[in-house]
Design a protein around this ligand. Structure first.
Ligand SMILES: NC(=O)c1ccc[n+]([C@@H]2O[C@H](COP(=O)([O-])OP(=O)(O)OC[C@H]3O[C@@H](n4cnc5c(N)ncnc54)[C@H](OP(=O)(O)O)[C@@H]3O)[C@@H](O)[C@H]2O)c1
Length: 247
């Protein structure tokens, strides 16, 4: 099959580590041109970009908690490449709260980074994606978006919002742009470490496959959904959880 991802321009938010970094490397293996993005200073991103083949990885620093940075991010991609083929909304944060309904700025920040920034980036990307022959958006949700959980309600709400956004925008932007999401269970990354060892131990015990996912296992699902191999799939939330949700 022809490799349609070769030279495709792919923006992956939050691609310095974890699932985003693994996704960046997976797209690179198909010859795509990828944007390495996070809120870290540009110098740090440039250092990471140097590890990859020259001209394939383009670093952009933007803090998604600031709406003006979302515009800057998209504008920088277009200024550099003049087009966008695939948008992967991966960046995300989690706050673990003692009270279920705290009145905290952490709530607002979680919703801004995990949901509102995604809506903004999609809205700004659509005119460019509409010009691509392989236009696709993949959002990174979570199983918590469906089942919810104590102590991370703001996170779960943001992920539930992503699921609704994904299904709704898949209808809105069809037939030109496919919109899908992945919903991982527990994945071995920095984000999970913030829950302490007990969270991973619990997941590993109750998950039928008896372990957490590697970031690469989630990246494989993201790249599949974004690729022409998934050309008849839109509006779907692909659960990748080792069977946790059917236990
Ligand atoms: N790990 C899991 O078990 C799990 C399960 C389900 C879903 N997910 C979802 O998967 C996605 C990736 O998670 P991960 O586990 O790979 O997390 P991670 O290792 O903590 O990586 C998060 C990435 O997002 C970036 N980021 C965070 N806040 C940002 C902001 N305000 N502006 C720009 N970039 C920002 C980070 O960049 P910096 O370099 O700037 O910190 C980093 O590159 C998230 O949406 C998460 O909710 C994870």
């Amino acid at each position: 099959m022809q490799n349609k991802l070769k030279d495709a321009v792919v923006l992956i938010t939050g691609s310095t580590r974890g699932i985003g970094r693994a996704t960046l490397e997976e797209f690179l293996s198909y010859g795509a041109k990828v944007i390495l993005h996070s809120r870290r200073p540009l110098k740090e991103l440039e250092t990471i970009a140097k590890q990859y083949p020259e001209g394939q990885v383009y670093p952009i620093s933007a803090d998604l908690s600031k709406p003006e940075d979302c515009s800057f991010l998209l504008k920088s991609v277009i200024d550099k490449f003049g087009k966008l083929d695939i948008l992967v909304n991966n960046a995300g944060i989690i706050y673990r709260e003692r009270e279920t309904l705290p009145n905290s700025s952490a709530w607002q920040n979680t919703l801004q980074v995990n949901l509102l920034a995604i809506a903004d980036l999609i809205r700004m990307s659509v005119p460019y994606l509409n010009k691509s022959e392989i236009a696709s958006i993949v959002n990174v949700s979570s199983i918590y978006g469906t089942i919810g959980t104590l102590e991370t309600l703001s996170y779960s709400i943001s992920k539930g919002g992503i699921n609704t956004l994904t299904r709704t925008l898949a209808k809105e932007y069809a037939p030109k742009i496919r919109v899908n999401a992945v919903a991982p269970g527990n994945v071995d990354t920095e984000l999970t470490k913030s829950g302490g060892e007990k969270v991973s131990t619990y997941f590993n015990e109750v998950t039928p496959l008896k372990r957490s996912a590697t970031p690469q296992e989630i990246a494989a699902g993201i790249v599949f959904l974004a690729s022409p191999a998934a050309s008849f799939i839109t509006g779907q939330i692909l659960t990748i959880d080792g069977g946790y949700s059917i236990r």
